[in-house]
Design a protein around this ligand. Sequence first.
Ligand code: SF4
Length: 765
Amino acid sequence: MHRNGPTEDIDESALSVTAPKEQAAGVTAVAVSLKRAVDEMGVIRTARTLARVNQVHGFDCPGCAWPEPTGHRRPAEFCENGAKAVAEEATVRTVTPEFFAAHSLDDLADKSGYWLGQQGRLTHPMVLRPGDTHYSPIAWDDAYRLIADHLGDLVSPDEAVFYTSGRTSNETAFLYQTLVRSFGTNNLPDCSNMCHESSGAALVSSIGIGKGSVSIDDFAAADLIIVAGQNPGTNHPRMLSALAGAKTKGAKIIAINPLPETGLLGFRDPQTVKGFTTGVSIADHFLQIRLGGDMALFQALGRLLFEAEDRAPGTVVDREFVDAHCAGFAEYEKQVRAVDFDTVLAATGLSKAELDRTAQQLAESKNIIICWAMGLTQQAHGVATIEEATNLLLLRGIIGKPGAGVCPVRGHSNVQGDRTMGIWEKMPDAFLDALDREFGITSPRKHGFDTVDAIRAMRDGRASVFFGMGGNFVSATPDTAVTEAALRTCALTVQVSTKLNRSHVVHGRTALILPTLGRTDQDLRDGTKQQVSVEDSMSMVHLSTGRLKPVSQHLRSEVAIVCDLALTLFGADHPVPWARFRGDYDTIRDAISRVVPGCADYNTRVRARNGFVLPHPPRDSREFRTSTGKANFAVNELSWTPVPEGRLILQTLRSHDQYNTTIYGLDDRYRGVHGGRKVVLVHPDDITALGFAEDDLVDVISEWTDGTERSVKGFRLIAYPTPRGNAAAYYPETNPLVPLDHVAARSNTPVSKSVTIRLERAAHE
Ligand code: SF4
């Protein structure tokens, strides 16, 4: 049953371009899903696996964190990208010790991330010792001993970095942070540092909790849904069903985005009759905003709402809500009434008529949801932008009522759950106190490194052991040359992985690959089937049960890896019962129920049909646990991103055939880019104005405030309907352009959606 991966790598000369699509999903999505699944898994495994994705007794999709419906679930409760994510994980292609013997590190380092990922599932623990040219097999116990020895050699526990990807289950995350804190550090960076950290910072400040306040059912009760800085058609495709459903119930949808992404414009739900015929339009209004103009837009809408209130007093501002629940209203009113519309029009590229129409819809709607993703969070002023969006909802009094609220749409499937379980470099003392009480350990209180600070620490020699619990750190992070150099300075890098990726070929002096089970795999502990749990983007916690026979008997679950490492590191007398946890995940959930807020009686409640929802005080009871005890109107000085003469502002983004750093294929069919990835999308008038022609080969150079420049070479110019002055290109290929120090204020999130670039004709054209 096992197969080898393809031998061909990406051939950029095969790149072709067609017109962007006008409707997302449809029959093509079904056909692509099935083809990819059968190619990777074969017919029988495909049928067995896809039938269980996101079902009540099935497994959680390893793609995004979009929630499942609380009522009836359809037989195919997944999207095209969910099917691709499952196919990638459940593939029967394998990467064995023979593969590593046949491929040197130099050979693998020349391959693209796409090629590496396509080779299949890792089957054995592997080690690379100083001077080795190839990875070679290592016994699990020897691997644990090697890690423990390196950790033991450190002068301080703070010289180790323990990264977490958003795939990691709640049970693993809870034990992993317990191990790391038992070891003595809070160095727990995660992928959330690079995506929704800005959302957390803004929402904690504004409403007292860093999570969204809506449920999936709220979409059906909304009058107006704003989707800002987000591309649901590719990144959270089942959200299109929720949006289409809301529209049939009368909701209006406004999409705010620099690119007219296909999923924002039209949708063919392949599970409805209409999806096979005409499809539905999603956005009633599309505001094509310039990169970084959202904060200006939200402030202008605030001013327009106050002016609407002046014209019809008592109809727009919810004084009862504001007076009872909010602080800072007068300061906010003063600030936004002074907003200059000319500045806003320059910042956003929108017309005054578009602003007026949007404000009118906000004023006339009773139930409003604002959704957003990386388009807002990965801006230098991302935190302030989200606060300004929240201000609008506070003004209308619509936090804590059905059909309304804030909705940061999370990326990786359990990124929110990992944070709930304690994966954060600065967990509150109350959590650490509870953890210490439960286990009789003493967790450090000094804050640890987030992702950017972890790279700085490795770069500067202040950290020398890197442990990655899942993910592909080197491809997910900014400033690739700096990050790669930082990892290479480490004495030891450890990657717990399902598949081969670039982080295995950019390594410390000693490197380990520890192969682990995926979501789809059956997890047997001492002969008993185990389940794990996850939390979706809307705070629903539920079980996930894999059923497939693992591709190798040498795989270990992430829980087992954490427990075995802890036993090697701390010994059997450690106060945390690692051996018990390893054999019975219910015992982990019992501990979670005593430590993690909102998780009481976890084992019982997580087994309910839809699991259970975690508490959210603003949503549940209009209780705001902020510094003032009220919901805070934020006052922010307007910040936006002007385009310097002869330059462009670049955003990095995914193709439709990609999820985070995993490249599924080379067909970004919604945008019409096929067969290659080294492209830069630029407005046709900018291409001409900058002295180029469509299809030219260019080098892309980013310019940073300290005078340094970074470049990537040989990108094809594609004429695309971006806003003037803006450009777009895929990551991770363009991560090298994002300076490590280009981070959002107050969240330290890399600003990947606002990079100043210039184009130069490629020397080898
Ligand atoms: S919307 Fe997200 S969670 Fe749902 S099937 Fe698609 S990728 Fe998976």
